[in-house]
Design a protein around this ligand. Sequence first.
Ligand SMILES: Cc1ncc(C[n+]2csc(CCOP(=O)(O)OP(=O)(O)O)c2C)c(N)n1
Length: 328
Amino acid sequence: MTENQLTPDLRTRLYTSMVLTRKFEENIVTLSQEPRRLPGMQILANGQEAVATGIVSALEPADVIISNHRSHGHLLARGADLNSLMAEIMAKATGVNGGKAGTLHLSVPDLNILMTSTVVGAGPPLAVGAAFAQQYKRSTDITVVFFGDGAAAEGSVHEAMNLAGVWKLPLLFVCENNCWAGAQRPEEHCATPHIFQRAEGYNMPGRSVDGNDVEAVYNLGVELVAHCRSGKGPAFMEALTYRMRGHGEQDHQHYVDPAELEIWSARCPIRRYRQKLLDDNVLTEARIRAIDQDAETRVAAAVAFGDESPYSGVETALTDVFVQPPSA
Ligand SMILES: Cc1ncc(C[n+]2csc(CCOP(=O)(O)OP(=O)(O)O)c2C)c(N)n1
């Protein structure tokens, strides 16, 4: 059951989840700088951990998650296994998708993470399908879909919002407005500075939140998830946050004003929350060090697991690619 009260235990879990994501991705930064360690492009959500942790913590395990290319935090907050996630990013056979998805198309069906996709704007229409299935089966589960401010300008997202509004689907749209879409600012592709206001046009509640404040995200998440679960239809959240690294690790973000980065660095969701938990006497410095160290140890073990695992063989190239249709 999702807790409505921010108990010390829940607050500790929110902190732990964000730290784990940060450490996991910091290791990916290191690996991506070493020759031939990681195949392909690495896209990280450094600075956006509070959105993933806050929303996913407000869900029930049976709720469906659909995400985009910046997905590690969503998966880790849901409890994805670190070893098989790291192995997947390394394209190893022991990866959660047998090494074939890599970081950009991860899925963990056992945890109801149906898919993540780097096709910008692809998630919301598929989330409409997942939420329609939930409604059709009269289940109380909901679907949440994560996408960026750039994706919010895609026609597919508007169509998905419209259909979800027409059919009153149990679907929470979460737009992570991280102030960038590649090298484009929201004002270059969005006609409004307030993406959440579009929700009104599709007959659903739309709210915005400080996406670097994990408790604010969690509290609004609980409220909007309850709305979706109650049968009243979809809801929309715009989480205002910032992409602290380049679009991908190959992007050295020369186009970003260092002063702006500094302002957002001071708003680091993890540093802010650590201080809050210390001020509120929820955690001690020693306990924080232990949590941080435990995350580091777990991530190091995941890297070792990935290193020791074999690459998937060419003979597996066509397995798990096509679904066998059920026989008539
Ligand atoms: C349909 C499509 N168009 C363009 C791209 C290239 N592309 C990849 S990520 C990206 C930016 C997406 O920005 P946003 O939705 O704000 O998410 P963010 O990367 O900021 O998390 C673009 C244009 C793509 N992958 N798919």
